[in-house]
Design a protein around this ligand. Structure first.
Ligand code: 0A1
Ligand code: ZN
Length: 898
């Protein structure tokens, strides 16, 4: 039995590779029973190696080695050894040499979906982070960059499309019914960006003209019959190419840019140079099968992978500790793209919602880590909300601190210095500091310290002196991460963060006040960026004629928890008057949270149902919000966001002390029910007024209207009255798009009424041939608030529509249940924990990455009562007791139990 977290590797131990690989020539022959991979590599000793005499040790996993040849001479058995997944050469090596290996792999048996694997009608690769070693022997680390030539051979009828990175240079027929194709990638790249595909696929092709007049041949490959679902991804690709030219001056550098969609994929998509491989979920969309958020998500993921071409592929990471160098920066770039393409305010709100729902809990739990971790056991566990989403917030803070044009100059300098190289987060920050002249030394703490800082702010108005004094205190207690460093006897230091607070002051009439800080001659604007660097700092605003309400952290200018003692009336004031869309929304969320925290306490003491904790003023604020929808100037999408209460997961973070999932659920449902009852007329009127007659389009105006309409429907549905059921049924019958169908189905899935099963059955019958729609069918059931959800999810595991080998199905059903339905996952009888553990144990050997993602559901287990903790611990120990538990799951469970 494994008793502790698997062996870690450390950032401090980094050394340059002993050898460099300049060229790789791969010959890959695919047969039914296996695939033969011949690799010919040009190697030389690395002049920067720590040990100039080091021996050569190549990474390899699940490879059957047939032969090794050095400069054309086949090596004898004693001249190399295979040990612990490595190939060690025991011969004298010249300064530069050719090494040829021939190995067999079995992609049809590769259930991990890492390396070369089978999915439906084809073979696909996933090499990030360490999948290339599952294809051939290599120095499988990102600082070894080579030029690749690839020749693929396969059955022509079964696998007519043969692709790899770069340019197609030759192809032909061979043998009986077989064919081959040769690809050359002109750019040096790390092995994790390698890709190849052999499959039967349909393709949509379009050309893009770059601003310098070059033509890029774009192609989207999908499984046969799905061509009508590719147009949106293709349009997103071209928009991304244009945007990167305009905003960052970055042009596509290859003649071919290919996107291939595959139904079995562990993540969203992968930025392989010139040959992106995407989860079908992030490519395929038609109004019938995809929702508005799917359309927007596709825009963002296509953009993200495209932006990686520069931030990731042209300049890559020196080692995996630097993952946020490419991921934080690329998420920031796709966020900016989203804000430019869709509604800026709504995009920012949704991105912050994601951060709070996924990253804040991560930073507060056993897997807490800085955006650049100091150690890891399994790198796949660090494709995390922290590295991605908090990483993007860190880049955003640099953008805010130095300003847009200095940021652009910093990017230009970064590419000038590092194009074609594998670099570190320091290199990025140095480029930003050098280009802007701003000292970012202290800022680097964001890369080394874990945890969400708490920013305590207090305001004091002195009417006689017409002065408003704002004081800030930073709190950053040690997290599980620092506690572990301490236990290991490792040195670390913690200190105040350098962070921007964007703020304005709002007067009683709703107008923004001019801002003059003490010491300044005159007021400068109505919005300022305050820079915090100290544990405690005070800012004094002069000439403040009236008592203001401070609007703090506009646009969520720093990823912190703001503690400011707003009165409810002040929050309502900000909701109505703040000029920053994010801050108006934030004020509403803060107000709802304050009320709900009282409600949660009331539910815990049996006084919840009486609703005494809901102030009438809140109902009126929501009534005003709903009424504003009638104003043609209003943005329905923003109103929909404002009407959406903080989720149960976010509320659990706000609770201090023991988390009571039933009380959280009870309070939230009671507030929704009360608002629905009080505002029924307004909700119905808004619902009806927003009915669209135009044909479906995922444009901002229609998306906003549907979002608000379906939010109203959701409120109305909670009552389960005959009237509400009729609304839901009518929408299900009449909907001409998936957004409206699935919104009605999800609302109905919450209700314990006979209509529910009939609707679910009809939906499945209609969509059983569309895998991504079946995922939605599973998802609405996993997220249902109905009392029988736990047992229904358990029985869905055996439903023919579910497939545990398909990551999308596991995420749609199991992850959604465990991460998105806290009341049922944390059921008092432990059934939710048992379900998660069963799935983790079933998946651990087959697909450790997916198993590990489910295992993260236990992160918060210590925040619950003793009875729940004991049930969770039983399941954690049961998982830990599995023989040969994967490193992925072992690390997550080990840390949870530490
Ligand atoms: N680099 C990709 C995400 C990705 C990471 C790992 C994968 O397999 C383990 C697959 C994709 C991105 O940021 O889009
Ligand atoms: Zn990425």
């Amino acid at each position: 039995m494994r008793t502790e977290t698997p062996q870690a590797i450390y950032l401090k131990d980094y050394t340059p590779p002993p050898f460099l690989i300049d060229t790789v020539d791969l010959d890959v022959a695919i047969f039914d029973e296996n695939t033969r991979v011949r690799s010919r590599m040009g190697l030389r000793r690395n002049p920067a190696a720590a040990d100039p005499q080091a021996s050569l040790c190549l990474d390899g996993e699940d490879l059957v080695l047939e032969s090794v040849a050095l400069d054309g001479r086949i090596l004898a058995a004693g001249e190399y050894v295979l040990c612990g997944g490595r190939l060690l050469l025991r011969v004298e090596l010249p300064e530069a040499f050719m090494l040829e290996t021939v190995s067999l792999i079995e992609p049809d048996k590769n259930t991990q979906l890492s390396g070369f694997y089978r999915s439906k009608d084809g073979y696909f690769t996933q090499c990030e982070a360490e999948g290339f070693r599952r294809i051939t022997w290599f120095l499988d680390r990102p600082d070894v960059m080579a030029k690749y030539t690839v020749t693929l051979h396969a059955d022509k009828a079964k696998f007519p499309v043969l692709l790899s990175n770069g340019n197609p240079v030759a192809s032909g027929s061979e043998g009986v019914g077989r064919h081959w194709a040769k690809w050359v990638d002109p750019f040096r790249k790390p092995s994790y960006l390698f890709a190849m595909v052999a499959a039967k696929l349909d393709v949509l092709r379009e050309d893009y003209q770059t601003r310098s007049g070059r033509t890029v041949h774009c192609a989207v490959f999908v499984e046969p019959g799905k061509l009508d679902q590719c147009a949106h991804a293709m349009a997103a690709l071209k928009k991304s190419m244009k945007w990167d030219e305009v905003v960052f001056g970055l042009e596509m550098d290859l003649d071919h840019y290919m996107i291939v969609a595959v139904g079995d994929f562990n993540m969203g998509a992968m930025e392989n140079k010139g040959l992106n491989i995407f989860n079908t979920k992030c490519v395929l969309a038609s109004p019938d099968t995809a929702t508005d958020s799917d359309f927007q998500h596709i825009d963002r993921v296509v953009a993200h992978e495209y932006f990686h071409n520069w931030t990731g592929d042209r300049v890559t990471c020196r080692d995996w500790f630097q993952l946020s160098l490419k991921e934080g920066l690329t998420v920031f770039r796709d966020q900016q793209f989203g804000m430019d393409m869709h509604s800026a305010g709504v995009t920012r709100i949704q991105d912050v919602r994601t951060l709070r729902a996924a990253q804040f809990p991560e930073d507060a739990g056993p897997m807490a880590h800085p955006i650049r971790p100091a150690s890891y056991a399994e790198i796949n566990n660090f494709y995390s909300a922290t590295v991605y989403e908090k990483g993007a917030e860190v880049i955003r803070m640099i953008h805010t601190l130095i300003g847009k044009s200095a940021f652009r100059a910093g990017m230009d300098l970064y590419f000038k210095r590092h194009d074609g190289h594998a670099v570190t987060c320091e290199d990025f920050v140095s480029a930003m500091a050098d280009a802007s002249g701003v000292d970012l030394t202290q800022f680097k703490r964001w890369y080394n310290q874990a945890g969400t800082p708490r920013l305590v702010a207090r305001g004091e108005y002195d009417a006689a002196a017409r002065r408003f004094t704002l004081s800030f205190t930073q709190q950053y207690p040690a997290t599980a991460y620092e506690r572990r460093l301490e236990a290991e006897g490792r040195k670390f230091s913690r200190g105040a963060y350098h962070l921007p607070v964007v703020l304005g002051l709002i007067g009683p009439d709703g107008a923004e006040l001019p801002l003059r800080l003490a010491g300044e001659d005159k007021a400068v604007g109505t919005q300022r960026v305050l820079e915090l660097r100290e544990d405690e700092q005070t800012f004094v605003f002069e000439d403040v004629a009236v008592q203001p309400v401070p609007s703090l952290l506009r646009g969520f200018s720093a990823p912190v928890i703001l503690d400011y003692p707003y009165a409810e009336a002040e929050l309502t004031h900000l909701m109505a008057h703040d000029t920053d869309a994010f801050s108006r929304w934030e004020a509403g969320q803060r107000l709802a949270t304050q009320i709900l925290l009282r409600g949660i306490e009331a539910f815990q003491t049996g006084k919840g149902e009486a609703l005494g904790w809901i102030p009438a003023s809140y109902v009126e604020a929501i009534r005003t919000l709903l009424a504003s929808a009638a104003d043609p100037e209003s943005d329905p999408a923003l109103i929909a966001e404002a009407l959406t209460l903080p989720s149960e997961v976010v509320l659990a973070e706000a609770v201090s002390g023991v988390v009571d999932p039933d009380a959280i659920h009870g309070a939230r449902e009671a507030l929704i029910g009360h608002l629905a009852a009080q505002l029924k007329g307004e909700l119905l009127m808004t619902y009806q007024a927003l009915k669209l007659s135009a044909p479906y389009s995922p444009d901002a105006a229609q998306v906003g209207a549907r979002a608000l309409r379906n939010t109203c429907l959701d409120y109305l549905a909670g009552s389960a009255t005959v009237e509400a059921l009729a609304l839901l049924k009518a929408q299900l019958d009449e909907a001409d798009n998936m957004t409206d169908s699935v919104a009605a189905l999800a609302a109905l899935a919450n209700l314990d009424v006979p209509e529910r099963q009939a609707a679910l059955d009809a939906f499945l019958e209609r969509w059983k041939h569309e895998a991504l729609v079946v995922d939605k069918w599973l998802n609405v059931q996993a997220l249902s608030s109905a009392a029988d959800t736990g047992s229904r999810v358990r029985s869905l595991l055996d439903h023919p529509a579910f497939d545990i080998r398909n990551p999308n199905k596991v995420y749609a059903l199991v992850r959604a249940f465990c991460r998105g339905n806290p009341r049922h996952f944390h059921a008092a009888d432990g059934s939710g924990y048992a379900l998660a553990a069963d799935v983790i144990l079933l998946l651990d050997s087959a697909n450790p990455q997916v198993a590990s993602r489910i295992a993260r559901s236990f992160d918060a287990w210590r925040r619950f009562d003793a009875a729940r903790q004991s049930l969770a611990r039983t399941q954690l120990l049961r998982i830990q007791a599995k023989t040969d538990l994967s490193r992925d799951v072992g690390e997550v469970i080990g840390r949870a139990l530490e």
